[in-house]
Each structure stands twice: as structure tokens, then as C-alpha cells.
Design a protein around this ligand. Structure first.
Ligand code: FES
Length: 107
């Protein structure tokens, strides 16, 4: 089966620590790339759905990211908004890792 995704190379895996998040800017947009303690990678929009804040400046706890501005939380695996004031989910993007690099399908 062919790979129909539009993969774009984002960051080297070494740029995202386990249990942390890193920001990746591309084509005028910001993305948040997460790495869990068990080495799973996820990507979401980096701008909070509440007001303007980069969630990659927030705090990772397990599979949750807490926005640095008003402490709204999202599950970064699904983008689900978990508590007020956030009520709109974050957009998520498919991720793959190949040869030490993280690729995102931002289409
Ligand atoms: S800007 Fe993120 S919770 Fe308000």
C-alpha cells in the first residue's frame, strides 16, 4: 500500500526531550511537537484555541499540555480540550519518525 500522506520534515528527534514539547514554525504557522516518556510523538497546532498563546510554552504532564496563559488543558494525542477556559479542540496532525527525524502531514 502506498503512503498517501504529504510528509514534511519538521525536527530531528533529538530536539524534543522525552516528556516534553518543542515548537516548529513552518510556512507562517506554528506547530507543537510532543514526545511522551515512552517515545511516542504527536503534533498539534501550537496556538491555543482560547486566546493567543503558544502552547509549546506551557507545561506537559503525561499526555496533557497546559496552556501557559490561562491554564486550559488539552490531551495532545487527540487535541481534546479538557477544562475551561478551553472548549475548542486543538487540531492534530499525523506524525511519523524516520531516520531520527520527525515528519508531519500538515495538509
Ligand atoms: S490562551 Fe490558552 S487557556 Fe487562554
Amino acid at each position: 500500500m502506498s503512503d498517501t500522506k504529504n510528509w514534511i520534515k519538521a525536527l530531528d528527534t533529538t530536539k524534543v526531550a522525552r516528556g516534553d514539547v518543542a515548537r516548529w514554525d513552518h510556512d507562517g504557522r506554528s506547530y507543537a511537537i510532543f514526545r511522551t516518556d515512552s517515545d511516542a510523538f504527536y503534533a498539534t497546532d501550537d496556538i491555543c484555541t482560547h486566546e493567543y498563546a503558544h502552547i509549546s510554552d506551557g507545561y506537559v504532564e503525561g499526555t496533557t499540555i497546559e496552556c501557559p496563559r490561562h491554564a486550559g488543558c488539552f490531551d495532545f494525542r487527540t487535541g481534546q480540550a479538557l477544562n475551561p477556559p478551553v472548549c475548542v479542540n486543538l487540531r492534530t496532525f499525523p506524525v511519523k519518525v524516520e531516520d531520527g527525524a520527525i515528519y508531519i502531514d500538515i495538509a
